[in-house]
Design a protein around this ligand. Structure first.
Ligand SMILES: [Fe+2]
Length: 378
């Protein structure tokens, strides 16, 4: 038996933020970062709350790679305000922080109260088109003492409402549009070939991949292209639904290990490994067929399965190049010896990553090490 979850409710397209008028918010905690406040993005939300005469407080301490201390501070803000709703505004970090705060707040309330605590209504407003965090129950929080990243997944952390309004992505610079857009691509592609994939997730994943091939370059070249921004924002959300109901794979495991060691952004780190992971996964006949079928559906040469896989790999390299993303690690400012010396550790970390469980073709540590080496030379 398999399960496909359709929560949360999603409002989308330009001006969907106006939907906030329809929610009976009386007292809200807004979780965001300082840039969102200073750039006026948060004001798009607070103006509506002001019109509705709702009370609110802004917790703007969110930083990239949210820490356990940050979650504790957020829980303290929750205990003071006792809000009826939480509005997370930002990229994956703000939404992940809000999820962590809700989880620990609810655990604390349930332990200290005789009655079952009521979860605040959780609204997620993504400001990048990448993580899909607005529709998943996953959150990654870094332990302040050990610096270990802890992944949490609880139903209670799933937002109740996602507002997927492309106006919130207009200020995103081109390099971030490129990196986060390729993260969307990787979510969909890994969901498509995962051992957890289904007809439901395949349909979403294939649709997302077509959108990314058609619109990511447009959004990268012109951040004010509202159609391209909207398409990429929808694609990010749908990729989130696809992978949360299917799974990710070693492309993410390797990206996590490499990104953490060499300080490379998440989207860029996963984008670099795409061609080399596709080549490896194609040793599995189901993956090979799905890659080739995707190539055919987007109009690439795919008379045979081998030709389809080759076309897909080459088209991703071309897309990466056009987006200013290196097609191999050698093209980055990373010393060869330093990289090769790290392969053993990175391969071990990638093997232990939870995403590796979702990979249809089961790798050995040596397989991962070989892919790392190939990705260096290109
Ligand atoms: Fe990702």
């Amino acid at each position: 038996m398999k399960k496909f979850s359709l929560k949360p409710n999603i409002v989308y397209e330009k001006e969907s933020i106006e939907y906030l008028h329809k929610i009976n918010i009386k007292n809200s905690l807004i979780i965001t970062d300082k840039f969102m406040v200073e750039s006026g993005i948060t004001k798009k939300v607070t103006d509506i709350l002001d019109e509705e005469k709702a009370k609110y407080e802004i917790f703007s301490e969110v930083k990239p790679n949210p820490s356990s201390d940050l979650v504790v501070d957020g829980v303290e803000a929750m205990l003071k305000l006792k809000p009826d709703s939480i509005i997370a505004i930002g990229g994956g970090s703000a939404i992940d922080t809000a999820k962590g705060i809700i989880l620990f707040y609810m655990n604390m309330m349930n332990k200290s109260s005789k009655e079952h605590a009521v979860k605040p209504y959780f609204i997620a407003i993504p400001t990048t088109s990448g993580t899909g965090s607005e529709v998943t129950s996953y959150s990654v929080i870094t332990d302040n003492d050990t610096h270990v990243k802890m992944a949490f997944s609880e139903d209670i952390m799933l937002p109740d409402l996602a507002i997927v309004d492309p106006d919130f992505t207009k200020s995103v610079p081109p390099s971030v549009t490129a990196d986060t857009g390729m993260d969307v691509f990787t979510h969909a592609l890994e969901a498509l070939v995962s051992n957890e994939s289904s007809d439901f997730t395949d349909t979403l994943a294939n649709g997302v991949l077509k959108i990314v091939f058609s619109y990511l370059l447009r959004a990268y070249r012109d951040g004010n292209d509202t159609i391209a921004r909207q398409k990429m924002h929808n694609a990010s959300c749908m990729a989130g639904i696809a992978f949360t109901n299917s799974a990710l794979g070693i492309n993410h495991s390797m990206g996590h290990a490499f990104g953490a060691r060499f300080k490379v952004s998440h989207g860029r780190a996963v984008a670099i490994f795409l061609p080399y992971v596709i080549e490896y996964n194609s040793l599995d006949s189901i993956c090979a067929y799905k890659y080739s079928d995707l190539a055919k559906s987007i109009g690439l040469p795919a008379t045979t399965i081998e030709q389809g896989i080759f076309s897909l790999i080459e088209s991703i390299k071309v897309l990466n190049r056009k987006l200013g993303i290196p097609v191999c690690i050698k093209e980055m400012d990373i010393d060869k010896k330093e990289f090769l010396d790290e392969i053993e550790n990175m391969s071990k970390t990638a093997m232990e990553d939870v995403c590796t469980l979702g990979n249809r073709k089961k790798p050995t540590k040596d397989d991962i090490a070989t892919i790392f080496k190939k990705a260096y030379e290109g």
